[in-house]
Design a protein around this ligand. Structure first.
Ligand code: ADP
Ligand code: NA
Length: 343
């Protein structure tokens, strides 16, 4: 029997403390708020759970192995009682989540101002996520688990770690396909050079507009769009420049309720895939992470049989990922709102 394809998600693990309040207190003020709930979070673990859940072909069968790689504070009761079980129920192995002495698990304190359209204010403490610095130790996981088919990364672990891993995994001798979602964008950005040889780059509208500002051929031109004016013309132009400069195989721009623009460097497959029609949007939290996870799982399945990113049916994968994200936006919450593949 052929072994299952493998995905490593290398990224952040957070505990989210969400407080609902009718308004935000002023300096020195104590205010009675509505509620406080604790949730499993972090872009890394969200995307790992999306990969893991996508891999469930029935309530008991999973056709892709998913590993979360990252760090939390040693002995953290929230990790033990909430984050770890949530990852595992989502089909993710926590074997390579390191528990580090003397540091806290990353946290996000999220203040939801229900009095002003549920506007969020977020305080992020990176904690243990900042300790994910040993690139070689991560690369060595392949000696026990085999070379991963797909590696998924984001921007919530140190920039130097991401650069080191991109360099290793994007090299031509590596069979691993990197799916990179540069969110949040590093304050110092990343050199385009570091994206060379990457399989899939996934950005949202905000990150896409930043790309317009940093790419030499595009910046300073009068055609740098505003978010509301981001048309297929701009996306076509941007993605062509990215392919030329970096030879990334597939570039994907998620456009919220509009859907997704994709562009593959091989052949001429590019264009807009509209989002699924949704009756009522409840909570868009984790929609982007759901999309990335479903796309990564589809790619891992493809690579385990065909072994070439170039032959990947990206349009079909985008459609499937859109369906999953549409389910996510109709449910409240983050990780818990990510659908299973069999749903
Ligand atoms: P992010 O949260 O990273 O900014 P997006 O807002 O672009 O990501 O959403 C990711 C994907 O989720 C979209 O490409 C789409 O497939 C789906 N999605 C988001 N909002 C909606 C919506 N209102 N209706 C249907 N699908 C949606
Ligand atoms: Na949601």
């Amino acid at each position: 029997m052929a072994s299952k394809p493998t995905i490593q998600v290398i990224g952040s693990l957070n505990i989210d403390f969400v407080t609902l309040t009718p308004r935000v207190p002023g300096p020195g003020e104590t205010l009675t708020a509505t509620s406080m709930t604790v949730h499993a979070g972090g872009k890394g673990s969200n995307q790992a759970v999306a990969c893991g859940k996508a891999a469930f072909t029935s309530t008991t069968e999973q056709d892709v192995n998913v590993y979360m790689i990252g760090a939390v504070g040693n002995g953290d009761p929230y990790y033990a009682s909430l984050l770890k079980p949530t990852l595992e129920t989502g089909g993710v192995s926590t074997k390579y989540v390191e528990e580090i002495e003397g540091v806290q698990t990353g946290t996000a304190t999220i203040i939801v101002d229900t009095g002003s359209n549920g506007q969020n204010r977020i305080l992020f403490v990176p904690g243990a996520n900042q300790e994910v610095t040993d690139v070689q130790k991560i690369l060595d996981i392949e000696t026990t688990e085999g070379v991963p088919d797909v590696v998924v990364m984001q921007g919530e672990i140190p920039r130097s770690t991401v650069l080191g891993l991109l360099k290793a995994f994007n090299s031509t001798s590596q069979k691993t396909a990197v799916v990179f979602n540069p969110a949040p964008v590093f304050p110092d950005g990343l050199p385009l050079e570091s994206l060379k040889g990457m399989a899939v780059l996934v950005v949202n509208e905000t990150e896409c507009l930043l790309l317009f500002k940093v790419i030499e051929e595009l910046k300073g031109t009068s055609s740098v769009p505003r978010e509301e004016d981001l048309t297929e013309y701009h996306l076509d132009r941007l993605t062509k420049v990215i392919h030329d400069r970096t030879n990334i195989s597939i570039v994907v721009v998620t456009l919220g309720a509009r859907g997704v623009y994709f562009s593959a460097s091989e052949g001429s497959t590019r264009g807009l895939v509209p989002a699924e029609k949704v009756e009522k949007v409840v909570d868009t939290t984790a929609a982007g992470d759901t999309f990335v996870g479903y796309l990564a799982t589809a790619l891992a399945r493809h690579l385990s049989t065909k072994n070439k990113v170039e032959d990947f049916d990206i349009q079909k994968a985008v459609k499937r990922a859109n369906q999953a994200s549409a389910k996510c936006v109709q449910r409240s919450g983050a990780m818990e709102s990510i659908p299973f593949g069999y749903e």
